[in-house]
Design a protein around this ligand. Structure first.
Ligand SMILES: CC(C)(COP(=O)(O)OP(=O)(O)OC[C@H]1O[C@@H](n2cnc3c(N)ncnc32)[C@H](O)[C@@H]1OP(=O)(O)O)[C@@H](O)C(=O)NCCC(=O)NCCS
Length: 292
């Protein structure tokens, strides 16, 4: 019987390489106390590369992280200004991802990031989370990987997924909230870190009103299913489908469900298994806790 790590390594083969390692980009005062002790998981055995975002000697690495962000999000009108990266990520929060040994990385990536091979490590992805005033809850607001800039055959399968997984594990995150736009491929990733409660289906306060806001109790039992695409029996045992659905092409459906959420008719959940097998713009069933 293959372990969850076998399943992971069979699909994300780049994780077998010593030339790719997780990195932690956090100011010294925000370093995590006893990293990786909350969630029992044997996926992350490599020592992360540590970088201090406030150290100007690390500017090249920081600029490359920022390049990934800027290039991945630029066309969606969601790239963060530099001051947000500094004030709202580097100062209060936690940034992590994967980095490759620069001399071993394809030249195309270095060109894309305008990166010199004089730097030992080159960032390949980023994930940003900040703790909230609600104890134990963090808000995730940025996930990007170089995969989005590369043709399929040159991608590192699972890089985006593993970047968030590593950060949640390393920072001992109990509850993770986040925001994503309906129809975004990232929903296929975000739905797998724990059962996904939809706490908002429409956000007119956001740059993009068609934004979904979610929350999950981080549960590493779910993570393997991102790779195996197996049915999550625990989800189906706990939640049942309703007659409601959300349609990424219909703003009216988002507003309709938002009204129900505000009317306390929830809590409503989305099924990672269903999302995995649906197209990005297909309707998604809304689930609720089964009675008694
Ligand atoms: C969204 C993003 C972070 C995903 O990271 P990634 O490294 O490309 O994805 P991973 O390799 O970890 O996962 C691959 C899976 O993601 C999904 N996926 C990724 N890109 C996809 C696309 N364009 N269309 C459909 N599904 C996609 C698929 O489920 C795929 O697995 P499958 O082929 O087995 O179905 C990355 O594409 C990105 O940086 N996008 C631009 C920024 C962005 O929109 N971020 C999300 C903010 S909430």
């Amino acid at each position: 019987m293959p372990t969850s790590k076998d399943v992971l390594l069979a699909r994300a083969t780049w994780l077998n390489s010593e030339d790719i390692r997780p990195y932690v980009f956090v100011r010294p005062e925000n370093k995590i106390d006893q990293p990786g002790t909350r969630h029992k998981l044997d996926w992350f055995t490599q020592e992360p590369i540590y970088k201090n975002p406030l150290d100007v000697k690390e500017l090249a690495f920081a600029n490359a992280i920022y390049q990934i962000e800027w290039k991945a999000f630029g066309h969606q009108d969601l790239a963060i200004p530099r001051w947000v990266f500094y004030d709202c990520a580097a100062m209060p929060g936690f940034i992590a991802g994967y980095a490759g040994r620069t001399k071993k990385m394809p030249k195309k990536i270095l060109d894309l990031l305008n990166y010199s091979d004089e730097n030992e490590w080159c960032p390949l992805s980023l994930f940003i989370i900040i703790p909230t005033m609600h104890k134990g809850e963090w808000v995730a607001y940025d996930l990007c990987s170089v995969n989005s800039l590369l043709p399929k055959e040159e991608q590192f399968y699972g890089l985006g997924f593993m970047s968030k997984a590593f950060a949640l594990w390393y920072a001992n995150v109990a509850q993770c909230s986040g925001m994503t736009q309906w129809g975004s491929p990232s929903l296929k990733l975000h739905a797998n870190y724990g059962h996904m409660e939809m706490i908002g289906s429409y956000a007119p306060l956001h740059t993009h009103a068609k934004t979904m806001t979610y929350r999950c109790e981080v549960n590493t039992d779910c993570w393997e299913k991102f790779f195996s695409k197996e049915v999550d029996l625990a989800f189906l045992e706990k939640y049942g489908p309703t007659h409601l659905s959300i349609e990424p092409n219909s703003e009216a459906s988002m507003i309709h469900i938002q009204e129900k959420i505000q009317n306390n008719e929830g809590p409503f959940y989305l099924s990672a298994g269903e999302i995995a097998h649906r197209g990005l713009r297909d309707p998604l069933t809304i689930y609720k806790l089964k009675q008694g």
